[in-house]
Design a protein around this ligand. Structure first.
Ligand code: HAM
Length: 445
């Protein structure tokens, strides 16, 4: 009786676990179903096209690295967001939260054989244990463009032109996005000018200004070691709107030199016609510790979303990681906010459209014939599909619509003669006789 009772209690209190279906994706990750992936591919293709047009070469690295690659220099929020793991030999590793340390490590590995300046790009999958929210996930992709070994502002100019070209290629205009530019060298010089000796702490505080109330911001500055006078100096500094207002803040030789550099960056970009996309924005400080010079962030014009991209100059990272000093400047652009923005502006392509040139249908549900004709079409470079099982013609036509095919070819239509097939243009509804070569021409292959 006791065991029967236990058995029944077990069923009531511990019902059988549900099927595997109840397992969801981990928080902050995505499934890329075909209609989602097709847009992802579109974004990647545009990114890649823009990078190659602007002369950047592709590279990749491992998705996990030795933990110490990220923890060597402290103070970054990103270190708290690491996904860490130990391999079977007990080695401490981390999934990459960003690409820049990997890039610096690879540059160090190349040593003097690196042809400089090196303009490289990559589209890594990254992992950050941060609060999953709109525009921020725990797993995402990030286009990285970096120039290693270019000391002058030509590096910044090249990258900022690449960003505008790339965003314009998606159909975005000056009304949709803006690049806010600032300079850590100016900040660093001003901190010296005011005898403050906690650059990293002050940067971290300033970086949080937009997200803090004036009281909370004052508290952050005071915790970073700024006295009241310094706090008011930096509060005024942060309110500066243009270069003319900025100039009087820069009193020392170092601050003036940093100002002149920023001024010259703006002048050059204005001359190159990119002036309408850029603005001085001293709120851009950047959360990462390694930046040493010009820093920038790209936002949607309404500033209703998280940053689309961010980057800047980092001239010490390779040295910090134990190599030669090689100057670097670069940025990362995530897929998540960009996709949201393109969607909001109606600039995403139709989901599965144009993935299929020709759908091969057969009245007699002749799959062998459908395979044969499809293979012949593929030999000519046409993207071809057909049903993989016996199906009524109506079902096959439904499938052709689902795939967004441009044409349906009726492989066993009575009208077919002399190597010509009956073909329907699904856009216009027109029906014509086409040889496979003529069809390839019609599809612009
Ligand atoms: P970051 O500001 O951390 O910079 O990231 C750059 C961009 O990546 C962000 O503006 C955003 O578009 C995207 N992003 C960052 N975190 C997430 C997230 N959790 N979910 C979705 N998207 C995200 C860096 O990572 C630097 N390593 C960039 C760089 C390259 N600097 C020099 N070279």
């Amino acid at each position: 009786v006791q065991s029967l009772f236990l058995f029944l209690a077990h069923i009531v209190f511990f019902p059988k676990k549900g099927p595997i279906l109840s397992i969801k994706t981990p928080k902050g990750t995505r499934d890329f179903f075909p209609d989602y992936q097709v847009i992802q591919d579109y974004i990647f293709d545009k990114w890649k096209e823009a990078c190659l047009l602007s002369g950047y070469q592709g590279y990749e690295g491992p998705m996990f690295e030795h933990l110490e690659l990220y923890t060597g220099k402290s103070g970054d929020e990103i270190v708290d967001q690491l996904y860490t793991l130990q391999d079977k030999k007990g080695r401490d590793l981390a999934l990459r939260p960003e690409m820049t340390p990997t890039l610096a490590r690879m540059i160090n590995q190349k040593g003097p054989s690196l042809k400089k300046p090196a303009k490289w790009f990559s589209i890594p999958r990254l992992f950050r244990y941060e609060k999953a929210q709109k525009g921020r996930l725990r797993e995402f992709f990030q286009l990285n463009l970096d120039i290693m070994g270019c000391e002058g502002i030509e590096g910044e100019v090249d990258l900022l032109l690449a960003i505008t070209r790339m965003l314009k290629s998606f159909g975005l205009t000056q009304a949709d996005f803006q690049i806010g530019i600032s300079s850590r060298s100016i900040l660093s010089a001003l901190l010296k000018q005011r005898n403050v000796d906690n650059d990293a702490g002050v940067y971290a505080a300033l970086d949080k200004k937009a997200k803090s109330s004036p009281e909370a911001f004052a508290k952050l500055l005071s915790e970073a070691g700024l006295n009241e006078e310094d706090q008011s100096f930096f509060a005024d500094f942060m309110n500066v709107k243009n270069l003319t207002e900025l100039k009087p803040f820069c009193q020392t030789e170092e601050a003036t030199a940093a100002f002149d550099e920023l001024n010259s960056l703006f002048e050059t970009l204005n001359k190159l016609g990119a002036g309408e996309y850029i603005a001085l924005d001293l709120h851009v400080v950047r959360g990462l510790a390694y930046y040493t010079g010009v820093v920038f962030e790209v936002f949607d014009k309404a500033k209703s979303m998280r940053a689309i991209a961010g980057g800047g100059r980092y001239d010490n990272l390779t040295k910090v990681l134990g190599g030669q000093a090689v100057t670097g400047v670069g940025f990362g652009m995530g897929d998540v906010v960009l996709r949201d923005l393109l969607e909001e502006k109606g600039l995403l392509p139709e989901s599965l459209a144009s993935q299929t040139d020709v759908f091969v249908a057969t009245f007699n549900s002749d799959t062998l014939l459908a395979f044969e004709v499809s293979e012949n079409l593929r030999d000519l470079g046409l993207k071809s599909q057909h049903s993989l099982k016996s199906q009524k013609i109506k079902k096959q036509l439904d499938l052709s619509n689902y795939f967004g095919a441009k044409y349906v070819l009726f492989a066993d239509a009575e009208a077919n003669t002399d190597g010509k097939f009956e073909v329907k243009n699904l856009k216009t509804g027109e029906q014509n006789m086409f040889s496979l070569n003529e069809l390839a021409e019609a599809c612009d292959v």
